[in-house]
Design a binder for this molecule. Structure first.
Ligand code: GKR
Ligand code: MG
Length: 446
């Protein structure tokens, strides 16, 4: 008998975060996500994780009558029906996240992909196959490489907010991830600590925080200490086109590729400025900002603005991300994935999707090292030697820990509702009074 979905529950959850900096400001002490839990007539549980916030939660809850009672094997039709229900298309301004305006993020996130993930988890368990085997042309690799995602960090003592400190003194990483890091030397220490715990071979530095020259000095310092590592910096489009070209041309030895080095400016779109950047530097460009749907991608490809599309399954769907991976591979381009703060269900999902992505993919982004220790799974993926093996189990290959899920759900209920939707300005205003987001000004340059 084919399994039928018996129940769907949406759990808004919260976890703790470090005081990490980006162009959009400073991460709050809490991050939020929504977890979808499905059960089926065979007694299996399927799970999916997506961005937090009430907008996404309400969308997910509106899907429940469409999902319960449906055939697990017919999941593509279920997801298709949810897409039609989704009002996002009416509200999206079309700007996407070209400028990292996080108030727009909820329109780029495709909430139905959490349901797609949970249904594929159930289908995999029914068929006794991993999700990766059900995607695209099936399993392409048995192990997935992740990169060490480095952030500048502010001093939590400048606020009276409930940031964690001394929560994990088991090793250098547990400590440094909560301490200020605003200089090239401090970021090198951060990278060394992350490498010691996780074995990363490659790194990404989140930029858009300090003056571009200082951020580039940080990249150079990282390159000196990790000469074999691929190093990439992502200022989320904050640098001007000319700044980006000059800095990159002067430091080509240190950089493997650039992620969204510049963005919209002076009436030119990010797709246009990145195309000019590439022509002037011949350095490959990755993006999670200027190609977040197929129409944007068509223009980015026509202008040759990008080489690496970070097709996050939360934006593209699991099947959509693999459709992108196949196309990129056929066109001689490269697939990767973007990430936001997440729990280990998302990490498990990245492993399945990346395992099915053909060709020479780029190491996958993950914020999970900032959340490590707060997992919702009994057997969450472990990053060792910079890699996570594809589990030898069906579906997502992981088991939900209901007690931890309920504890994260309780934390969500307890926190100030102003934390439900991501707002990176609030913490920032402790550092710089009346601070406001500006797409062209690094967060600490005012
Ligand atoms: O978590 O602050 C952050 C990141 O800056 C995130 O919002 C970005 O979307 O990591 C992302 C990126 O690669 O642009
Ligand atoms: Mg990015």
């Amino acid at each position: 008998m084919q399994p039928i979905v018996k129940s769907m529950t949406v759990y808004p959850v919260a976890g703790y975060d470090s005081m990490t900096l980006t162009l959009s400001g400073c991460h709050a002490p809490y991050f939020t996500r929504n977890i979808v839990v499905l059960t089926d007539s065979l007694g299996h549980t399927g799970i999916g994780e997506i961005h937090g916030g009430e907008y996404t939660k309400q969308q997910l809850e509106s899907y429940i009558p469409e999902v319960v009672g449906r055939s697990v094997a017919d999941y593509r039709q279920v997801v298709n029906d949810l897409r039609k229900l989704n009002a996002r298309a009416k509200t999206n301004t079309g700007e996407g996240i070209q400028s990292l305006d996080i108030s727009q993020l909820k329109f780029v996130v495709q909430s139905e992909t959490a349901v797609e993930c949970a249904l594929m988890d159930l289908l995999g368990q029914f068929l006794d196959l991993p999700v990766a085997a059900l995607l695209g042309d099936g399993i392409q690799r048995q192990s997935v490489e992740f990169l060490g995602y480095l952030f500048y960090i502010e001093d939590t003592k400048k606020t009276d907010l409930p940031y964690l400190l001394n929560d994990d003194n088991s090793d250098a990483w547990g400590q440094v991830r909560r301490l200020p890091a605003l200089t090239p030397e401090a970021i090198v220490k951060e990278a060394q600590a992350a490498q010691a715990r996780y074995g990363f071979h490659n790194f990404k530095l989140k930029g858009g925080v300090l003056k571009p020259e200082i951020e580039m000095q940080t990249v150079v310092a990282l390159h000196q200490v990790f000469p074999d590592a691929h190093i990439n910096i992502d200022p989320n489009g904050a640098w001007s086109r000319d700044e980006a070209i000059a800095l990159v041309n002067a430091n080509k030895d240190a950089i493997t590729y650039m992620e969204d080095p510049c963005g919209p400016e002076n009436g030119y779109s990010g797709r246009e400025t990145l195309s000019e950047f590439k022509q002037a530097t011949h350095v490959p460009v990755a993006t999670n900002m200027i190609a977040t749907d197929w129409r944007q991608f068509q223009h980015a490809a026509a202008l040759k603005s990008v080489d690496i599309v970070l097709a996050d399954p939360h934006f593209w769907g699991l099947n959509g991300s693999i459709r992108m991976a196949q196309l990129l591979n056929d066109w001689g381009m490269t697939w990767g994935s973007h990430s936001n703060n997440h729990f280990d269900i998302t990490l498990a999902t990245y492993v399945q999707v990346a395992a099915a992505a053909p060709g020479n993919i780029t190491p996958v982004d993950t914020h999970y090292i900032w959340q490590d220790g707060q997992g919702l799974l009994d057997d969450g993926p472990k990053i060792r030697n910079g890699q996570v093996p594809l589990p030898d189990k069906p579906g997502l290959g992981v088991t939900l820990n209901m007690d931890r899920l309920l504890a994260a759900n309780r934390l969500y209920q307890q926190i100030d509702p102003r934390y439900y939707d991501r707002d990176d300005a609030r913490s920032m205003q402790y550092l710089i009074p009346n601070w406001q987001y500006n797409a062209k000004k690094p967060a600490l340059v005012r």
